[in-house]
Design a protein around this ligand. Structure first.
Ligand code: SRM
Ligand code: SF4
Length: 525
């Protein structure tokens, strides 16, 4: 939780780092009668995940000077610094501010970082969508000056005791609120996992507008039927100039109608299920002052990243690099942090953080590719060339040792589990099958596990619930298949299903689609 979360009256007014402790050290410190090894996690607000190369250099310096020497790409196109100790907090946030990046609204009951499809393949169009996302992110920033006063020594304003919050009002939102902009045919943002989604409708390279979706969310609690993941409903189409009014209507409707008694039921998805989608839509249209048009046709192919070089229509190249569970570190034989620093020093363009915890070196002029390729190879950043199809697409949340809510490992377990599953896949001739694997250390679902074709959700140390049969396009949730399995149990459960998939699948059919067609998750035990 945010450090201010204990005090509900000030929550979200004081955008704050997260207080954590190193859970690897808990037992040992308890035995030594020491308090937990407290430390902080700072998360950036980086709408659309766009960071200039100059900013990257500053972020890298903050991670090495104040953090644990790693940068963590998140599933929401942000960066996290872990391991910041209390006396360095202020200096860290001031250094972040000097890089023209903030941490405002990265936590709390407000609108969080706004996602945008990451790969700028049609740069002009992409810039238009990115601009709309940026404008929404700014518009929904809390007006509170607390962040600036506390962390940046900004002068206290005379009226800072009665700050006016035109959108949030006195009570902010019942819970966090998340927005994403998708650009078909790729659903890398998992648009239907969001409280509010905008799917770009493009014709002849012209942005006509967006399909609007509402009520997505992943978080759940084990064994509690009142909480569940939910996919957003598409409610209609709007034109680009209607985005802000529509977003404000949805957000304020949730502000006024959301459940403020039961925090576990406070997300928009429950508001919609409690009130009814039709009632909610009617109210949104009344508040927006216009009616939504019927939704347009939009098709997604998959929700992953495209690795390696992909050219934009302006001739510039975009190089997507893979980082296992988003962790960028200097390790023996793989000095990734140093490699990106070297690239940032010569690349005039931007870095783009992807919603799959990867990174794009964006808009590279043709003349510079060879130098970047050389740096990529020199620093072992070309792992995407050697990764299996499974490992390339997989996501895992942070979990241990920093996340206080983790029940099992996720980020640290991903390499071991992928390697074990790869062996099973190879045995069935499925080594190249692009199966979407997601691991979360608890049911909160930070790696959006309920959209994985195979997903592990932490239940206890070394134990997971196994979910199966989402599609790979972010359009169908998976379902619980087996509970509380260890690794051997998970592989034993998957083995016969993979054998059937290898023998019975139709041409081009994904694993999740096959399991769904075969009705496998109906046989839950
Ligand atoms: Fe998350 C809480 C990490 C994306 C649902 N999430 C946390 C905390 C802050 C734990 C805490 O409250 O103490 C985790 C910090 C771990 C650490 O040590 O860094 C944490 N969440 C993350 C990140 C870093 C996962 C990652 O590996 O990339 C992602 C950071 C996002 C960002 O940059 O803003 C992250 N979290 C998500 C997502 C995915 C998404 O938004 O697309 C979800 C599911 C979508 C949703 O919100 O429904 C998600 N996180 C949660 C929840 C459950 C919310 C709910 O509605 O029930 C919690 C717990 C809570 O809020 O009480 C949570
Ligand atoms: Fe922590 Fe659970 Fe989120 Fe993983 S899913 S980062 S364990 S809150």
């Amino acid at each position: 939780m945010c450090i201010d979360e204990r005090d509900r009256t000030t929550q979200a007014r004081q955008p704050a780092p997260y207080q954590q402790d190193d859970r690897d050290l808990r037992d040992e410190r308890r035995r030594s009668k020491l308090e937990p090894a407290y430390q902080f996690m700072i998360r950036t607000r980086t709408p659309g995940g766009v960071v200039s190369a100059a900013q990257w250099l500053q972020l890298d310096a903050i991670a090495r000077r104040f953090g644990n020497g790693t940068l963590r790409l998140t599933s929401r196109q942000a960066l996290q610094f872990h391991g910041v100790i209390k006396r360095d907090l202020k200096a860290s946030l001031q250094a972040l501010n000097a890089a023209l990046i903030d941490s405002v609204a990265a936590c709390g009951d407000v609108n969080r970082n706004v996602l945008v499809a990451a790969n700028p393949l049609l740069p002009a169009l992409h810039a238009q969508v990115q601009q709309q996302a940026l404008a929404l992110s700014e518009y929904f920033l809390p007006r509170s000056r607390a962040y600036y006063e506390i962390w940046l020594d900004a002068e206290k304003l005379a009226d800072s005791g009665s700050e006016d919050e035109p959108v949030y009002g006195a009570t902010y939102l019942p819970r966090k609120f998340k927005i994403a902009f998708a650009m078909p045919p790729i659903n890398d943002v998992d648009v239907f996992a969001h409280d509010l989604g905008f799917t770009a409708i493009v014709q002849d390279d012209v942005l006509l507008g967006y399909n609007v979706s509402v009520g997505g969310g992943m978080g759940a609690s084990h064994g509690d039927a009142e909480t569940y993941p939910r996919l957003a409903d598409v409610i209609g189409f709007i034109e680009p100039q209607q985005v802000q009014a529509l977003a404000e209507a949805v957000l304020t409707c949730q502000r006024d109608w959301g459940n403020r008694v039961l925090r576990k039921r406070a997300r928009l998805k429950y508001t919609i299920d409690d009130r009814g989608l039709d009632v909610f839509c009617a109210e949104v249209q009344r508040r927006a002052g216009f009616a939504l048009a019927p939704a347009r046709r939009a098709e997604f192919q998959h929700s992953g990243d495209r690795f390696g070089w992909v050219d934009s229509d302006n001739g510039a190249g975009n190089l997507t690099l893979r980082f296992s569970a988003g962790r960028i570190a200097d390790r023996p034989g793989a000095p990734h942090l140093s490699g990106l620093r070297a690239i940032a020093a010569l690349h005039p363009g931007s870095f783009r953080l992807t919603p799959n915890q990867n990174l794009i070196i964006a808009q590279v002029p043709a003349a510079q590719r060879a130098r970047i390729d050389a740096l990529v190879a020199e620093h072992g950043l070309d792992g995407y060339r050697r990764s299996s199809a499974l490992a390339l697409r997989a996501m895992a949340c942070v979990a241990m040792p920093t996340c206080g809510l983790a029940m099992a490992e996720a980020e640290r377990y991903l390499p071991e589990f992928s390697a074990a599953l790869e062996q099973v896949l190879a045995r069935h001739g499925l080594a190249d099958a692009p199966i979407l694997l997601r691991i979360s250390g608890c049911p909160n679902g930070c790696s959006r596990p309920y959209l994985g074709e195979i997903a592990l959700v932490g239940k206890g140390p070394g134990r997971y619930n196994l979910f199966l049969a989402a599609d790979a396009r972010g359009q169908r949730l998976n379902r619980l298949y087996r509970e509380n399995l260890d690794q051997a149990g998970i592989l034993a459960a998957l083995d016969p299903l993979l054998a059937r998939y290898a023998g019975e699948r139709e041409a081009g059919e994904g694993f999740g689609d096959f399991l769904n067609r075969a009705g496998v998750t109906d046989e839950r035990t």
